[in-house]
Write a protein that binds this ligand. Structure first.
Ligand code: ZN
Length: 349
């Protein structure tokens, strides 16, 4: 059976052919572990889980990597605000996230790398980019030189100049060009910094993903599939391609998939609007399988608008399928397993 994937890189549905026969490697950007996981995090993980299940049916050897971003500005801000140690915060949120995902019947990824466990790899990747003359050191920062990568924008069809629009990137005195982005920056935080050839500091977000991928699949291997929320296409995934192409002689990734955003009553979830739905809260009240159906109730590339009716509709769908599958008499675990099996088959047939 052939598998077709809508590839963001080419903007069309293409037959999936892995780089190495029978072997597939896939990376999905995981959460930044600074606050309670919300249904947007769950949807991204669910789409990754569906890809993983489908690929595992079709190929013998599937490696699924879903990272945990435990070094980020947001984490430092949140830990300062709460007066909690950074490691305590990230470890607590990681535990909640992993428990939530298991409750939602997601398979454990093959690898779940953390940034804090990959600092040496990140330094090594940055050094490779520097050796390739695609980055420069300035004022204790290492900065990616956008001039060195003319193919920038292949995924999003945006140009590097667009990075400056909307003040996404501020001009900084240490940058040769405002559109250049940071690979390593100095840190004044004693719980969030590491010694490096460029001084005590911490990595930028984009290099974290590229480096974790390379540390698992090999620096000169090509990633088969990379996924994540469509808000990550630009600049995060574009920057990943730039970094990955400048630390290795091989292509960075062949197929990209992106899931749509989760809206609540047609509005973006935000703390300021007070409309963030946490996975823990919803799982306290609902059967995880019904939450899973709710998260699948829109096509994965489209926005999912979460309303009052979403859970009611999902409950109805659940009841209908349970009665049609004739599995009411099974134990809860058996029923859930059979149900998930049904959903996965339904998704790709
Ligand atoms: Zn990422």
């Amino acid at each position: 059976m052939n598998l077709y994937i809508y590839n963001t890189l080419t903007n069309k549905k293409e037959q999936f052919v892995p780089h190495n026969h029978g072997e597939v490697n896939m990376y999905v950007c995981g959460p930044t572990v600074y606050s309670e996981p919300h249904i947007g995090n769950a949807r991204a993980a669910l789409v990754g889980d569906l890809f993983f299940r489908i690929l595992s049916e079709l190929f013998d050897n599937v490696t699924y990597i879903r990272n945990l971003t435990d070094v980020d500005d947001k984490i430092i801000i949140e830990s300062d605000k709460l007066g909690v140690d950074i490691n305590t915060l990230t470890e607590d949120i990681t535990r909640v996230y992993q428990a939530n995902m298991l409750k939602l019947n997601m398979l454990k990824p093959t690898h779940e790398p953390k940034v804090t466990e990959n600092i040496d790899n990140i330094i090594d990747t940055i050094q490779k980019i520097l050796n390739n003359k695609s980055a420069y050191v300035a004022d204790s920062h290492v900065v990616f030189d956008m001039e060195s990568f003319s193919q920038y924008g292949s995924l999003s069809n945006k140009k590097s100049e667009d990075l400056i629009d909307g003040a996404r990137i501020k001009p900084e005195p240490y940058k040769r060009n405002p559109k250049d982005f940071v690979l390593w920056k100095p840190s004044s935080h004693k719980s969030c910094g590491w010694d490096s050839p460029w001084g005590y500091g911490r990595p930028g977000w984009h290099i974290e993903c590229t480096s974790m991928i390379k540390s698992i699949i090999g620096n000169d291997a090509t990633l088969d599939i990379h996924g994540g929320g469509n808000d990550l296409i630009f600049p995060h995934h574009e920057n990943e391609i730039a970094q990955g192409s400048c630390c290795s002689s091989s292509d960075y990734c062949n197929y990209w998939f992106h899931n749509g955003i989760v809206l609540v009553d047609k509005k973006k979830m935000s703390k300021s609007l007070g409309n963030v739905i946490s996975v823990s809260d919803i799982l306290e009240k609902e059967n995880p399988i019904i939450v899973r159906i709710a998260l699948m109730s829109a096509h994965y590339r489209q926005p999912l608008n979460w309303t009052q009716d979403t859970m009611n509709n999902s409950r109805n769908i659940y009841e209908k399928i349970i009665s049609s599958l004739d599995i009411e008499s099974s134990t809860t675990t058996e029923r859930d397993d059979k149900f998930i099996d049904f959903l996965v088959r339904f998704e790709y047939t």
